[in-house]
Write a protein that binds this ligand. Structure first.
Ligand code: ADP
Length: 547
């Protein structure tokens, strides 16, 4: 027997429509590339998004067509999300930190027909335009009176002029909820980038899941500043979650240094934020040096790479900010797990609670996970046994865009498809997952595995260490041994011996790094994560002492 409820497709346009109708005067505040602060409301954002959708329709943009952005977090980018997705086309957010050649490759692979960009990226557009023959217009996201001229671009359009050509009478279409709405490419650290194509349904379900109290826990009383870029897995879904709950949004534009962020946190009353560990290093350094405190900032989600426990403690002890450690990936929209305590943990000693909060956490309903050995057999949830982490759920990708890489799923005995994350993890009896490593970063020494993340986390707790990475380097007897690569804090002094002594008693003896190398900086990839591949190249000719 069928149930008797209404069939209402889950569409992203309904998120913004809801916010405009029920939180119409809630603000969206943006720091523009021009440097000034722009503020308007959900109601205005929805009106302008409808106009833009109509303008694209008049340009002949059809259902399923890919329209790209190369842009910072700002209100026009938000309008692009909703206009393009809402009308049934696909918003393809490109990471501008990639190499121009790679950007051109992605534009062509995606088949983008229009590309909207912030002026910062005009040189990239000029470099790639001639290699992207399918792009019909390059849209500069800037006021009309600041529209640049470019001899290199025949079809350069102004965003505001384009939008002015659309009508506010436009109504969002009722689409099939399984139709495509967004496209993000993975960073392609191995081989060419591959596209994850989200549906309206997966995006709305992900926004619901993210808003839950033990996930991101967003509410209409929050003022949320996504430091994580809108080109990094849709700023972890926040442009969809914020309208769903009616939270105020603050979009920081191009100024992501500690001082600029701090000023925006204070002037707008930011309560909640999200970003990768590297951006928080900058903010924490600034607040410490300036001797200032946060007056409204209470919680932040940190993920994308392992959050060093020392960072969680500094936030909590020195600034009263709760860190929610989270794990996910582009192929998962991205949220998989977040670390929040349960009732039974509240009675535990403080140190035990803190240790738990260092893990990547518990799944959000909507994601199921398991760890398996190389033969695909389930491994124990004992917090010690580690194995390949697999996931499934309505916001987990089934296959890559254009079938790249074939069918990525692994099928279990019940014939269910699981997505292999490429991560190695433990899961404890309460279902808290902890990432040991990416499978390609784990250090294989004498047939056993050493977690580079654990060694990095410990090094980061040393007062003289600003940043640290551990890589495996070749060893004739053990295959690989760990090398610790360290960036010292400005003005701090520490020796190789002191750092190695710092590990004593904290790790198994055979985990001890064989050497320490000091560098001025670590290579960082397009999403702000330490690029281990580059670091391994950098140390290609390095030999361990005595080898
Ligand atoms: P890429 O970095 O390749 O663009 P993603 O941004 O999708 O891709 O990164 C996903 C990967 O980042 C995960 O598979 C995992 O290895 C790593 N990651 C994400 N969050 C965490 C975390 N909290 N701790 C450790 N690793 C993480």
């Amino acid at each position: 027997m069928q149930g008797l409820m209404m069939e209402m497709p889950l569409l992203v346009s309904s998120l913004l429509h809801h916010a405009a109708r029920h939180h119409g005067d809630t603000e969206i505040v943006s720091r523009r590339i021009e440097g000034d602060i722009h503020r308007y409301t959900y109601a205005e954002c929805e009106r302008r998004s409808r106009r833009l959708a109509d303008a694209f329709t008049r340009q002949g943009v059809g259902i399923g067509e890919r329209i790209a952005t190369l842009a910072w977090n700002g209100y026009r980018h938000m309008e692009m999300y909703y206009a393009v997705g809402g009308m049934g086309a696909v918003i393809h957010t490109i990471n501008p930190r990639l190499h121009p050649e790679q950007i051109a490759w992605i534009v062509n692979h995606a088949g983008d027909t229009h590309l909207a960009f912030d002026l910062t990226f005009l040189p990239i557009i000029e470099a790639i335009a001639e290699h992207c023959p399918n792009v019909r217009s390059w849209i500069a996201m800037v006021d009309e009176d600041r529209q640049p001229a470019s001899a290199k671009l025949a079809n350069l359009v102004n965003y505001e002029r384009l939008l002015a050509g659309g009508s506010e009478a436009y109504r969002w279409p009722e689409l099939d909820e399984r139709s495509a709405v967004g496209l993000c490419y993975t960073s392609g650290t191995t081989g060419n980038p591959k596209g994850a194509m989200y549906t309206h349904r997966s995006t709305v379900l992900h926004a619901y899941g993210a808003a839950l109290p033990d996930a991101m826990g967003a509410s209409a009383r929050d003022c949320i500043l996504p430091v994580v870029p809108m080109f990094h897995v849709n700023a972890w879904g926040l442009p969809y979650t914020c309208p769903l709950v009616g939270a105020k949004i603050v979009l920081p534009g191009a100024q992501l240094d500690g001082k600029s962020l701090y000023e925006l946190f204070e002037s707008e009353g930011v309560t909640y934020s999200a970003g990768v560990p590297t951006v928080w290093l900058g903010l924490l350094q600034y607040v410490k040096q300036a001797g200032v405190r946060f007056s409204t900032f209470k919680r932040t989600v940190i993920g994308g790479s392992a959050c060093p426990p020392a960072m969680i403690r500094t936030f909590e002890d020195d600034y009263g900010v709760d860190v929610i450690h989270a794990w996910g990936m582009t192929e998962m929209s991205p949220l998989g797990t977040l670390c929040r305590l349960q009732n039974k943990h509240l009675a535990q000693p403080r140190e035990a609670r803190r240790k738990l909060l260092e893990k990547q956490g518990h799944v959000v309903f909507g994601v199921d996970m398991k760890i398996v050995d190389d033969q695909g057999s389930d491994l124990a949830w004992d917090g010690k046994t580690f194995g390949n982490l697999l996931v499934r759920g309505p916001w987990v990708m089934r296959e890559y865009f254009r079938g790249e890489g074939g069918d990525p799923l692994k099928y279990d005995a019940d014939g269910r498809g699981w997505f292999p994350t490429g991560d190695v993890a433990t899961i404890d009896a309460d279902g808290y997952m902890q990432i040991t490593d990416r499978s390609k970063d784990v250090i294989k020494s004498g047939g056993e595995w050493i977690s580079s993340i654990d060694l990095e986390n410990l090094a980061m707790a040393h007062p003289a260490v600003a940043n640290a990475a551990v890589i495996g380097v070749a060893h004739p007897k053990w295959d690989e041994r760990p090398l610790l690569v360290v960036v010292k804090k400005p003005g701090a002094e520490v020796t190789r011996e002191e750092l190695l002594a710092f590990y004593e008693g904290k790790i198994a003896k055979w985990w001890m790094p064989d050497d320490v190398q000091f560098v001025d900086s670590l290579p960082v990839g397009a999403t702000g994560k330490i690029l281990k591949t580059r670091l391994r190249e950098q140390f290609h000719d390095y030999r361990l002492p005595g080898v």
